[in-house]
Design a protein around this ligand. Structure first.
Ligand code: G6P
Length: 369
């Protein structure tokens, strides 16, 4: 066990630091100078992807959050409507499946009972085809799907998922770009985004270097009972994933909100005992997020803002801390901004003395309903 963990204290920390490699492996041989390479989704994929008019993404836990990011990407780049749903709901609902809808299952293990059952149920619902994004080649989800793209995260031991998530994002980014190209995405923009995706391992590497800063920040959370995570647009699922990580391993109650919803409820909770974590890369929604943060500040909430290096934001926060990082570009920024949130949860959990790799009541793979 100690040998496998090497220099790291926990598997989770090791897996967080393996992400540049895991993402690079997932992109390897799948994207090049001229874009996404042919046949990476299987030789039967072309007619299916050309015909696809809608996408339904189904998953659980962290994999569900990857699907939520994918919705923003696919809708923007390929102009295809995407519905994302947790598998335990999807399987029991009378879902409307329009003609030429692609079913996508996302799962690290490929054995999650609800995801597998949802996929089997989808067979009866008249989809164009089933597509799996999965980390385990011999798993049931992979065996039973028509098309697939394997993540190459390697074995993930920590119950709280880290490298599986960022590799799922890399896989979805390939799918979004490929669908975009098929559906008229401007070629110059396509090539620019392909290049941006190829730089993702490098920007993850650079985000990992701020660990000492995050460790200091984690101290503010040790005695807290609650935390609020805010994001806007594609960073909203990143905030959800950040709050899930904190709950899972530090046992601090955490919730994530799209920042615009703050005034419709959660603002009532904000006081000096409620730390607020905001994910704020540079983008069209930055100004709106800044005004949401103003509302938090006015109510004495302690703010922890993760901002793009180039974002025009005031670095002097009276009640809180601003952490700057290189986002690598708007497209890949959800994967990059995930890193400091993983590190934050990890260090808070270590300081609170919880069992980081084996949090109470949770399982790595939930194979029963
Ligand atoms: C469990 C794990 C999570 C994981 C989820 C879905 O809840 O603790 O880390 O995200 O299952 O697992 P899957 O293998 O389907 O991605």
């Amino acid at each position: 066990d100690a040998v496998e963990r090497g220099e790291y204290r926990h598997y989770m920390q090791k897996e967080i630091f393996e992400q540049p490699r895991a993402v690079a492996d997932t992109l390897e041989g799948r994207i090049g100078q001229h874009g996404v390479l042919p046949n990476i989704f299987g030789i039967d994929a072309d007619p299916v992807l050309d015909r696809t008019k809608q996408i339904h993404i189904v998953a659980c836990g962290t994999s569900y959050h990857a699907g939520m990011v994918a919705k923003y990407w696919i809708e923007e780049l390929a102009r295809l409507p995407v519905v994302v749903e947790v598998a335990s709901e999807y399987r029991y609902r009378d879902v409307v499946v329009p003609e030429d809808t692609l079913f996508v299952a996302v799962s690290q293990s490929g054995e999650t009972a609800d995801t597998l059952a949802a996929m089997r149920e989808s067979r009866r619902r008249g989809y164009l085809a089933t597509f799996a994004i999965c980390n385990v080649p011999e798993s049931s989800v992979v065996r039973e799907s028509d098309l697939r793209l394997m993540t190459r995260a390697g074995p993930e031991i920590g119950v709280a998922s880290t490298k599986a998530f960022t590799t799922q994002l890399a896989a979805f980014a390939l799918l979004a770009l490929d669908l975009g190209r098929r559906r008229g995405l401007d070629h110059t923009r396509y090539l620019k985004l392909c290049k941006e995706l190829q730089s993702l391992p490098r920007f993850i590497e650079s985000a990992l270097r701020i660990e000492p800063q995050i460790e200091e920040l984690a101290e503010h959370f040790i005695l807290k009972h609650n935390a609020l995570f805010l994001g806007r647009g594609v960073q909203y699922p990143v905030a959800l994933e950040g709050s899930l990580k904190l709950k899972e391993i530090s046992y601090i109650h955490a919730e994530a909100y799209p920042a615009g919803e703050l005034k419709h409820g959660p603002l009532a909770l904000v006081d000096e005992d409620m730390p607020i974590v905001a994910v704020a890369p540079n983008g069209p929604l930055l100004d709106k997020l800044k005004s949401n943060l103003q509302e938090v500040r006015a109510r004495g909430g302690e703010l922890f803002v993760f901002a793009d290096e180039h974002a025009e934001m005031d670095d002097t926060i009276e009640q809180g801390v601003m952490v700057r990082l290189e986002s690598g570009g708007e497209f890949i920024s959800p994967a990059v901004f995930t890193i400091p949130l993983q590190l934050l949860s990890y260090h808070v959990a270590v300081m609170r003395g919880t069992d980081v790799d084996q949090p109470r009541n949770l399982a790595k793979s939930v194979t029963v309903e």
